[in-house]
Design a protein. Structure first.
Length: 401
């Protein structure tokens, strides 16, 4: 008899996680993984933040029970998320126009948005940036949407192609869903400036588009307040929006899968109805969210002492990433590259579109044990004082080839 399993093909490797699988299989001692989207310290380790360690110690001492959480998550966590993302005392919060549900990381928050919108806005097309984080397309296509791409990156200038981006957004049909990276664009590192954000917000509002704001790296570009600026400007402009945020990177809590989806509604009654339906989406997927990560983050964000310690640790991570950008550029130039590479200094966050071709990426892997995504995206946060000179020399050799 033919089994249903006989017709199941082998799926291709994930373009990012597949790099890590190949890296792990490499036996070379000096190998470097620039493909993974994780912040490492200068010793090449995923850090455990002191603020997190203290919060976990305090929670362990209390011995709190691990019962089911509310469908929309730990109330203290929800409030802390809202104040961090939208600002304490934001008028929209006081008016009850913003509702939030704890989610399984930023990916889970995006999936909640996708399923919510599929129930009530199924006819729309979803637009993501070109290029974008690979999982954006998968998330929304899996929810049943048609996904298209708007222009974003100019490979000639190695920066944002804002005229093409704005023109495309201005021509979209009303009701189109637009996914926007709030800061530290993944994979390019190229972000709109303040004036460009003002034009984007005006275009989204005037065209009646539905924005999904992906805030996965708050604090990694310029700081917590500055990085949340685009979200707050959308709210101030009266634009209903979906905001997905994550604490994987800025709390170094990747495996805890802690994020949130917030919905900004035009008025409190609409927000109440939206939350009631969002809770139905959660209930049908995973019933309610886990406890530990949300308790840790709520404890840190609501304690003046731990909050100050966390902000200092986050600032140190942000500075180290910028230092590694400078060190990489210096290493490439010191190796005698004749290619312009200083655009890396203009990018934000953990990632850089390096300009390397798929062939370059393959040669770096085969010849040097340096792993990157085929698009040429590299994780700058995976560089450190021990490997940056070797990586820079290898990159320079490929750029000169």
């Amino acid at each position: 008899m033919t089994s249903l399993f006989d017709a199941i093909p082998l799926a291709p490797r994930d373009p990012i996680l597949g790099v890590t699988e190949a890296f792990n299989a490499d036996s070379r001692a000096d190998k470097v993984n620039l493909g993974v989207g994780v912040y490492y310290d200068d010793q090449g380790r995923i850090p455990v933040l002191d603020s997190v360690r203290q919060a976990e110690s305090d929670l362990a001492a209390k011995g709190l029970p691990r019962g089911y959480q509310p469908i929309d998550g730990l109330p203290a966590y929800v409030r802390a998320v809202q104040e961090l993302v939208f600002g304490a005392g934001a008028p929209a919060l006081l008016e009850g126009r913003i509702v939030t549900a704890q989610a399984l990381g930023g990916t889970g928050a995006l999936r909640l948005a996708a399923e919510f919108l599929r129930r009530f806005h199924a006819q729309a097309t979803v637009w993501i940036s070109n290029p974008s984080w690979e999982n954006h397309r998968a998330i929304f296509e899996s929810a049943g949407f048609t996904v298209e791409a708007y222009p974003y990156y100019n490979r000639d200038t190695r920066g944002l192609d804002f005229p093409a981006m704005r023109a495309t957004l201005a021509g979209l049909p009303a009701g189109s869903i637009v996914v926007l990276h709030v800061c530290c664009h993944n994979p390019t590192g190229a972000d709109p400036d303040t004036a460009q954000w003002a034009e984007i917000i005006e275009t989204v509002r005037d065209r009646g588009l539905v924005p999904i704001l992906d805030l996965a790296y708050q604090g990694f570009a310029s700081g917590l307040e500055a990085d949340a600026m685009p979200v707050r400007r959308f709210v101030e402009a009266g634009v209903p929006a979906f905001v997905a945020n994550s604490f994987s990177k800025n709390f170094s809590l990747y495996g805890e899968r802690v994020g949130a989806l917030s919905i900004v509604a035009p008025h409190a009654d609409a927000a109440t109805r939206a939350l009631s339906q969002l809770k139905r989406v959660v209930r049908a997927n995973y019933s309610n969210p886990p406890t530990h990560g949300a308790q840790v983050i709520a404890a840190v964000l609501t304690s003046p002492v731990l909050r100050a310690r966390w902000e200092a640790e986050l600032a140190a991570m942000r500075v180290r990433i910028k230092d590694m950008r400078e060190a990489l550029v210096a290493a490439v130039e010191a190796a005698g590259s004749n290619a312009e590479f200083r655009f890396v200094l203009r990018q934000n966050g953990m990632f850089s579109y390096s300009g390397l071709s798929p062939e370059d990426v393959a040669r770096l892997r085969d010849d040097h044990g340096i792993y990157a995504v085929d698009s040429g995206r590299i994780c700058v946060a995976a560089l450190n004082s021990s490997n940056v000179a070797r990586v820079g020399a290898a990159v320079a050799a490929r750029l000169n080839a």
